[in-house]
Design a protein around this ligand. Structure first.
Ligand code: AMP
Ligand code: ZN
Length: 465
């Protein structure tokens, strides 16, 4: 079955095949480490993780590179404003390096708690200054740059198809209109490749370059690091939708200008998580972090479950109430799996065909541009299916969980104390004798001891209350 992915570049779903062999080369724009990741950022990283797991489920190997932006990301997209990391250092009275390390560690902890697979390779922007300078030198040699008092800029008017990725979402900027513009910029879309340290200001992070002391522009780091580790073009580049019109557009521009080649074959973008009162941004005060969730006794995997309930290309509106709902759904799922694990029934061979069919359906859903809501609905259908044996259900659910990542295999089987088991057996005896009154009294007794009984076709099921 062919894997189809929506390519922002062509604005349609396309059949995906790796450019070389069976190994997919995947690059993800990682976090800017000046503050905790918010749950919106984390939605994008869960989307990346689901993509990676779907690729693996489809039998591909994946080399996944993710950067850590620890320099050069300014507070404004217009190449003005302060470097976010240096700003964080002022706020926290630490060095820029300490701030970057602290929030890198916090991010890694977050993704572990969300069961997001670690990338094959982490790349920190400050470890690749030489590669970024080399890239700018190539662009300079090919005549795509100009230098002004503020730094070295990319001249977007020199590139014929600048902005193809954004299409109709292209920024329409007028010089001087509302936004602060760098003096001397030739075209509003031009962007900084190398920013010079301001006169009389010593930045904590600055390096010597052929153009003077300064630091690389944010859009340069991803190109330099991706090309170094994944080659050109590589298979898939991902990020949030806000990266389409500027960051990724400018990454493509540099790669086409420097190497005459497209940076990546597929561009995938995750839509935003919004709060009921609107957009969530790290720079605004309305952020919710994973730490906030854990403090309110939420399991981080309930957030992962919430992300599975909507397609990655749809907006998802967050509220504590919906999260509570998904936490309950996850608890119910774990409960059902605990029950299944404690049942000792052998598989019925006649159902093998069914298992195969269900697996095909699952593959079909996830291979249709990662349709997780449909795949998740299938998981519940499997649980309810009367034709599948507990063993078959277990096999299917654990197989699906290679993609969902809800740690289903770790769910403990339900252990029922001997005393309760005896009462259950007795109740079954009464039920067989149609002695409903005594059976009911026993149910109440068991309930008082902290266990609920649910009568099903497979027999009574017990759950801890
Ligand atoms: P940043 O650390 O700001 O560079 O952002 C990290 C990632 O989160 C990027 O891929 C952004 O596109 C993405 N992102 C930012 N805000 C949101 C949001 N509210 N919902 C989903 N993704 C987001
Ligand atoms: Zn990037």
């Amino acid at each position: 079955m062919a894997l189809k992915l929506y390519n922002t570049l062509s604005r349609k779903k396309e059949v995906f095949r790796p450019l070389k062999g069976k190994k997919v080369r995947l690059y993800t724009c990682g976090p800017t480490v000046y503050w905790y990741a918010h749950i919106g950022n984390l939605r994008t990283y869960v989307f990346d993780d689901l993509l990676r797991r779907v690729l693996e489920y489809n039998g591909f190997g994946v080399k996944h590179v993710m950067n850590i932006t620890d320099v050069g990301h300014l507070t404004s997209d217009e190449d003005t404003g302060e470097d976010k990391i240096e700003l964080g250092a002022k706020r926290e009275k630490k060095t820029a390096w300490q701030v970057a390390q602290f929030y890198t560690n916090a991010f890694k902890k977050d993704i572990k708690r969300l069961n997001i697979k670690s990338p094959t390779l982490w790349t920190r922007a400050t470890d690749y200054i030489k590669e970024q300078i080399d890239l700018i030198k190539v662009l300079e040699k090919k005549g795509f740059t100009y230098k002004i008092a503020d730094g070295v800029y990319f001249d977007t008017s020199k590139l014929k198809n600048y902005g193809v990725l954004a299409g109709s979402q292209k920024r329409k900027l007028k010089p001087g209109a509302r936004v602060e513009v760098v003096a001397g910029k030739k075209n509003p879309e031009d962007f900084a490749l190398w920013k010079l340290s301001p006169l009389l200001v010593t930045r904590q992070m600055e390096w010597l370059s052929p153009w003077g002391k300064g630091f690389p522009g944010w859009h340069t780091e991803c190109v330099a690091m991706a090309v170094k580790h994944l080659g050109l073009p590589f298979d898939i580049h991902t990020g949030g939708i806000d990266h389409i019109s500027i960051h990724h557009t400018n990454e493509i521009a540099q790669s086409e200008a420097a190497f005459g080649k497209h940076l990546a074959r597929f561009w995938l973008h995750g839509d935003f998580l919004t709060l009921q009162e609107g957009k969530m941004a790290k720079s605004e005060s309305n952020i919710i972090t994973l730490k906030n969730l854990v403090e309110k006794d939420f399991n981080p995997l309930a957030l992962r479950y919430l992300f599975l309930t909507s397609h990655y290309r749809s907006k998802l509106s967050f509220s504590w109430r919906t999260l509570k709902g998904t936490q309950n759904a996850l608890a119910k799922l774990y409960q059902r799996i605990g029950e299944i694990k404690s049942l000792k029934t052998s598989p019925k061979t006649s159902q093998v065909l069914n298992v195969k069919k269900v697996k095909e359906k699952f593959l079909q859903f996830i291979s249709d541009d990662l349709d997780m809501p449909k795949a998740l609905a299938l998981l519940w259908e499997v649980l309810k299916d009367k034709k599948l044996s507990p063993k078959e259900k277990k096999e299917l659910l654990f197989d699906f969980d290679r993609v969902f990542g809800l740690k289903l295999a770790k769910v403990k089987k339900l252990t029922v104390p001997q005393e309760i088991k005896k009462l259950l057996d007795l109740r079954e005896k009464y039920r067989a004798e149609k002695n409903w009154k005594l059976a009911d009294q026993l149910r109440q007794k068991v309930q008082k001891m902290g266990y609920g009984i649910r009568d099903t076709q497979e027999g009574p099921k017990i759950k801890k209350l």
